[in-house]
Design a protein around this ligand. Sequence first.
Ligand code: KG4
Ligand code: ZN
Length: 341
Amino acid sequence: MRILGIETSCDETAVAIYEGDRDGGRVLAEQVASQIESHARFGGVVPEVASREHLKALPAMVETVMNTAALDWREIDHIAVTAGPGLMGALLVGVSYARALGAVNGIPVIPVHHMEGHMLAPGLSDEGLPDFPFITLLVSGGHTLLVRVDAIGRYKIIGQTIDDAAGECFDKSARLLGLPYPGGPEIARLAEQGDSSRFALPRPLLNQNNLNFSFSGLKTAVMHAVKKHGGMDNQTIAHMASAIEAAICDVLVKKSLRACEQERVKRLVIAGGVAANSTLRSLLRRETSIDGVQAYLPHQKYCTDNAAMIAYASLLWLSKGECNMKAFDAKPKWSLQTCHS
Ligand code: KG4
Ligand code: ZN
């Protein structure tokens, strides 16, 4: 099966072709175009700008991946497109474009839940997805979830943030420090030159015996520290970046291991943009090995938004023979549990 995937939920336009079956496969061609420069002067993503940039980028990107894979439209079996959640206008551009391509070339179009794409992205590695059940820590700009995965489509959210998402905390804290968007990679870069012990930042909900997260207090602590220090020099900003990264990673790793313990599951997957963070990845590797838990980390390029994960998620559904081809007309509800039912 060959699937063309399209992803336009936020500020990255992505197109990919995945070829495979339920036992494995490979990415034949892929492209990701970042819009960061177009949004930079606004300090965050402007929905209208994002929609226009997707529309501008898509035609050439689709043509490029088709040429790179040396495929004819008759050789594409399905088109998979992110249908939510995300910015409404940006999603509309991707979905409309996918449906137009499908109509012109007589190819069925499959809606994919963006977070399910992230969650299944570790399966893009050579080893494929771990055996079920496994726990996924899903950490992106808008979500922080702990999900128990029992099968494709059988997902149970066992923990989540009660306020800001982890990525949102990286982004908002970076903004308080005067760093550009997106803040996660900026904080990660500066943290390498800093000492996390220079600032004592809170680890919200860490000592509560549940699987929930809270990051808004951490952001507020950063705000107070910035106010107290007045103008921070570069080295102080690096110390603060390091302290922010350490606090977020500490909570994410400890709660993930608690989830594994509670569910008696020894396989842990991390996914979503924040999963690209090198400190989080090494801390997770270290702590899971101490606890006898096996860690599965997608390649960093498949942590942040991409279209290979969208094509791959739809392939897993198609292999089950359960995908509802009429899902676009069926008013899908956008929750992880029901998007494909
Ligand atoms: O999954 P993603 O690309 O888009 C969403 O679905 O939200 O995640 C974007 C988030 C942003 O908050 C960004 O700051 C964060 O992931 N991020 C990182 C890193 N790379 C991206 N956070 C920490 N460290 C990174 N290296
Ligand atoms: Zn995403």
